[in-house]
Design a protein around this ligand. Structure first.
Ligand SMILES: *[C@@H]1O[C@H](CO)[C@@H](O)[C@H](O)[C@H]1NC(C)=O
Ligand SMILES: *[C@@H]1O[C@H](CO)[C@@H](O)[C@H](O)[C@H]1NC(C)=O
Length: 234
């Protein structure tokens, strides 16, 4: 008598686990905020190979495969979760980059996911449930999760020092960051990627106001904080 009920409970738990993500629709506002933050970071911290992120339906598949319960709020082998606690050594890796970039401001920026230069896919998914999720320094209740791809880890060699867009394998996008992936090699979403800008081959077109650098960096950080917050307070 008890056994079938137990099995039904297990089964329904498994079923509900399987589709915790409701939808991952393209969100131009959040995507633009991500790109703006990456432009600012690349400029302030002299990251030469920062990719422009794009909405990538392929990342939705990865997200659905990996994010099946609230406890899956963590980084995977080919994606990272915005806001999930990062590996402690990443702060040291980023610090080493700042040193190489002669970044001498007094603030002590820490690694965060929007700083990973080699991420080019981004997606925000709405969940069917509210999850209590661990973030740096606390827990947030959220019904949305944002994913970056395709990198699951950060290596010291991932961060190149130089003007934004000056070390791009496939050239630059219109706003100065590196093109996400070779044209024609991705989904239809990449057809609007502009050709590498001939006018600013070395990235000089990105405005670099010396006095505004630190403030811009802080603003980008604050933006990302509010993004996490707006995603999280449900
Ligand atoms: C950092 O400063 C050193 C010493 O002045 C210089 O050789 C190097 O080119 C600088 N690096 C950058 C990225 O500006
Ligand atoms: C999530 O939390 C909000 C606010 O607390 C609540 O209104 C909503 O019904 C919850 N959603 C679910 C699926 O539990």
């Amino acid at each position: 008598m008890k056994l079938p009920i137990f099995i039904i409970v297990l089964l329904s738990a498994e079923l509900s686990k399987a589709d915790i993500i409701a939808s991952c629709d393209k969100d131009d506002f959040q995507l633009d905020g991500q790109i703006s933050s990456r432009i600012t970071y690349a400029s302030v911290y002299k990251i030469a190979n920062m990719y422009e992120v794009k909405h990538d339906p392929r990342l939705e598949k990865i997200a659905r495969e990996n994010f099946k319960s609230c406890s899956d709020y963590k980084h995977g082998k080919n994606f990272r979760v915005l806001g999930a606690p990062h590996e402690k050594e990443y702060d040291a890796i980023f610090k080493k980059h700042l040193k190489a970039a002669n970044y001498t401001d007094l603030d002590d920026p820490k690694y965060q996911e929007a700083l990973h230069p080699l991420q080019y896919s981004f997606i925000i998914c709405r969940l069917k449930v509210n999850c209590s999720m661990p973030v740096e320094g606390g827990t947030l209740k959220s019904n949305t999760v944002a994913f970056y791809g395709p990198q699951g880890t950060l290596s010291p060699s991932d961060l190149k020092v130089g003007p934004p867009g000056s070390q791009c394998p496939y050239g630059k996008a219109e706003r100065g960051l590196c093109i996400a992936w070779p044209r024609g090699a991705g989904s239809s979403t990449d057809s609007k990627t502009g050709p590498p800008s001939a006018q600013c081959p070395n990235g000089e077109c990105i405005a670099e106001s010396k006095s505004g650098q630190r403030r811009d960096g802080m603003e980008a950080m604050i933006y990302v904080f509010f993004l996490i917050a707006s995603l999280s307070f449900v």
